[in-house]
Design a protein around this ligand. Structure first.
Ligand code: 5GP
Ligand code: ZN
Length: 132
């Protein structure tokens, strides 16, 4: 879809910090993370929300999230996860996405240092695109 920011990420028109990709979906770090390692998994095809998304693609995305959680667990040493899907007025970007939010038992206020470091350059590029 033409003006969809997540379609633009799939097409490589705007940058992302990709952590996984296959034929059906793609996963990348959230640009405004709630926790360190906050990741979004999206279908490559444009489906607006959970009601539009075909069942088999949803199942695939959930399977990918389980594998991704294992990978991230080893890398980030987190203690748990929250999976989240927003809809309607709670859904800011109208291209379906599953939030994968690593949680850290020992850290009440995570400083997101690793995440912010990784995203610094991408945020700069976004700023330039938005201001242009
Ligand atoms: P929603 O409320 O739609 O579930 O959340 C959308 C999420 O997408 C937010 O957490 C927001 O930070 C993230 N987001 C919005 N635009 C971009 C972007 O251009 N790149 C990345 N990586 N994440 C984005
Ligand atoms: Zn889209």
């Amino acid at each position: 879809m033409k003006d969809c920011i997540f379609c633009k990420i799939v097409n490589g028109e705007i940058p992302s910090m990709k952590v996984y990709e296959d034929d059906l979906c793609m996963a990348y770090l959230d640009i405004n993370p709630d926790t360190d390692g906050h990741t979004l998994i999206i279908p490559k095809e444009h489906y607006e929300d959970i009601y539009e998304l075909p069942k088999d693609v949803l199942e695939h995305i959930f399977n990918v999230s389980k594998n991704l959680m294992n990978d991230l667990k080893n890398k980030l040493k987190c203690s748990g996860y929250t999976l989240m899907i927003n809809y309607g007025s709670s859904q800011e970007v109208k291209h379906f996405h599953l939030h994968v939010k690593p949680q850290y038992k020992d850290k009440k206020f995570v400083e997101f240092i690793k995440h912010k470091e990784l995203l610094k350059d991408i945020n700069e590029v976004h700023k330039i695109i938005k201001e242009a």
